[in-house]
Design a binder for this molecule. Structure first.
Ligand code: NAD
Length: 512
């Protein structure tokens, strides 16, 4: 096994040999299919394990259901104290977790550290939230009646996560779910199970100091789409949070809806940025570059479409091409690298296909192609591409999970907003302008139709304090901050009559 990975796993006290199933503190060898985990950095094998079977997944769900009966009655601030302690473990092991994220997802060290920081931040948020699960008191129309709502735990939930945020997305869900009183059964991406195993090990470490916490509030099932389907179809999981591609979300949504469960979907994006004539060009170049090439274009919020006013389009294109020329591409764990590898060969193939299609559709492609020199052999390293293309090109409608930025031109803001909204996805969006009327218009009901609407920053890099998610085919889910917690709880509306009369609502008379 790779030395850095082995050291990180040892520091994190990960149970070895690696197991495909963990129910609380208990690790079980998987009884499903064998899995080899290869690093996108150099293709080397990082580890092997056997994934969980569908029956083992059911066992994890049963254990979560049993844990729920106790956990729901623990006061929310006490649940918050457990999350606080888990957050301290994350702090202590930030560098080790980041090492694993880099080796199995291919992120540069800075972004891997950022991902772990998001986990720490959401724990802090959840601790505060544990004392703020507020319900409303409502004026009753009946005398001597109290009308109020309470928020109660919902039940055990399933989390299905994608490879590109191997741990942050789980933490967004788990930290909130735990303070809300819900146990979590997590199926990480089969491409990135190591960091998930490490998180479960840190959870077990936190449990050691908290003997009253039911261990099965966290379980881990390593598996593929079949195991995701097993979670989605279980009536014992009232909520399924699923992050990934649109086809995956469509499948999960239908399965969960067929049993009338609740789903929280965080699916693909196709994010646009409008650059207006008054924009600060230097800032636009920095914002567009980070959003388009960060994580090698493999963020749901990655910038895909740059919609530039025709008066500055050539200037911005030339400035971007200049920056693109000198972006350091290579080993993501090396100091100074800004672009690491794509996750695997199929991602490289998808990028090649999209660029060929763009050319066929009349696009002019700058950059793209594989990088062979100065990069570790065995990984898929690509040059980011900038593609000048007409707004009608069909390729603009699809998300390609790679660093391809399409450049479109506009004359009027109305036209730019129409182009911007003219795709099936609706995750993140941005406008760069110094004109307050344009900025406010973009944020208004007739502006961007996305879940995330930014002014003078890029499309990627959201903070945990806001509710994160998108509209249209992005799935409509919201997780992380603001009042996203309400999805993890059930609301009970209570009417209490403290009189000896029985007045009926709406003044109805029913004398017996
Ligand atoms: P993916 O859809 O291939 O896999 C995501 C997860 O779903 C994996 O755990 C996978 O095993 C599971 N899965 C696949 N098919 C399933 C099915 N039929 N039923 C149940 N589970 C199933 O996605 P990926 O390649 O890992 O990630 C990239 C995609 O995720 C991109 O489209 C990206 O935009 C999206 N994404 C969205 C967000 C967001 O917050 N909106 C965040 C990260 C990634």
């Amino acid at each position: 096994m790779n030395k850095s990975v082995q050291t990180a796993l040892n520091n994190l006290a990960v149970h070895q040999p690696l197991a495909g199933l963990a129910i609380g503190t208990q690790w079980h060898p998987g009884q499903g299919t064998p899995l080899k985990i290869n690093s996108p950095i150099d293709g080397t094998e990082l580890a092997q394990l056997t994934m969980a079977s569908p029956e083992q997944t059911d066992a994890a769900i049963d254990a979560a259901s049993a844990a729920y009966r106790d956990w729901r009655c623990v006061p929310a601030p006490v649940r918050g104290e457990f999350v606080r302690q888990f957050g301290m473990q994350l702090r202590a092991h930030k560098a080790d977790l980041a090492t694993l994220v880099s080796w199995e997802a291919g992120k540069i060290t800075q972004e891997s550290l950022g991902e772990v920081q998001e986990m720490i931040d959401i724990c802090d948020f959840a601790v505060g939230l544990s004392r703020q699960l507020y319900g409303k008191t409502i004026a009753s129309e009946r005398p001597n009646h109290r009308l109020a709502e309470q928020w109660h735990p919902l039940g055990p939930m399933g989390v299905i996560s994608a490879f590109n945020f191997p741990v942050a997305v789980w933490a967004w869900n788990a930290a909130i779910a735990w303070v809300c009183g819900d146990p979590v059964v997590w199926k990480p991406s089969e491409k990135t199970p190591l960091t998930a195993i490490a998180c479960q090990a840190l959870f077990a470490k936190t449990l050691a100091d908290n003997p009253d916490v039911p261990p099965a509030i966290s379980s881990l099932v390593i598996g593929g789409a079949d195991i995701g389907h097993r979670l989605s179809s279980s009536p014992a999981l009232p909520l399924i949070s699923a992050t990934g591609s649109i086809p995956m979300g469509r499948a999960v949504a239908q399965t969960v809806a067929s049993r009338l469960g609740r789903s929280l979907l965080e699916l693909g994006g196709n994010n646009g940025m409008i650059v207006a004539p008054s924009a600060d060009i230097e800032l636009a170049v920095r914002a567009a570059t980070f959003s388009a090439v960060g994580t090698c274009g493999q963020r749901c919020t990655s910038l895909r479409r740059l919609i530039v006013h025709e008066s500055i389009a050539d200037q911005l294109r030339d400035a971007l091409l200049e920056v693109y020329k000198r972006l350091p591409i290579g080993d993501p764990t090396a100091e100074g690298t800004l672009i690491g590898p794509l996750i695997d060969e199929s991602a490289g193939h998808a990028m090649d296909e999209a660029l060929s299609a763009a050319k066929e559709q009349g696009g002019t492609v700058h950059g793209g192609g594989r990088v062979a020199e100065g990069v570790p052999s065995g990984g898929v390293y690509v040059r980011p591409a900038l593609v000048e293309i007409s707004a009608e090109a069909p390729i603009l409608q699809q998300e390609t999970f790679a660093p391809i930025l399409y450049l479109l031109r506009y004359e009027q803001l109305d036209e730019a907003i129409e182009l911007h909204n003219g795709v099936p996805q609706g995750l993140s969006s941005a406008i760069l302008t110094q004109d307050v009327r344009e900025a406010e218009r973009f944020c208004s009901p007739s502006g961007s139709d996305c879940g995330i609407v930014n002014v003078n920053i890029g499309t990627s890099g959201a903070e945990i304090g806001g509710a994160f998610g998108g509209e249209k085919e992005t799935g409509g889910g919201r997780e992380s901050g603001s009042d996203a917690w309400k999805l993890y709880m059930r609301r009970a509306t209570n009417t209490v009559n403290y009189s000896d009369e029985l007045p009926l609502a709406q003044g109805i008379r029913f004398d017996i």
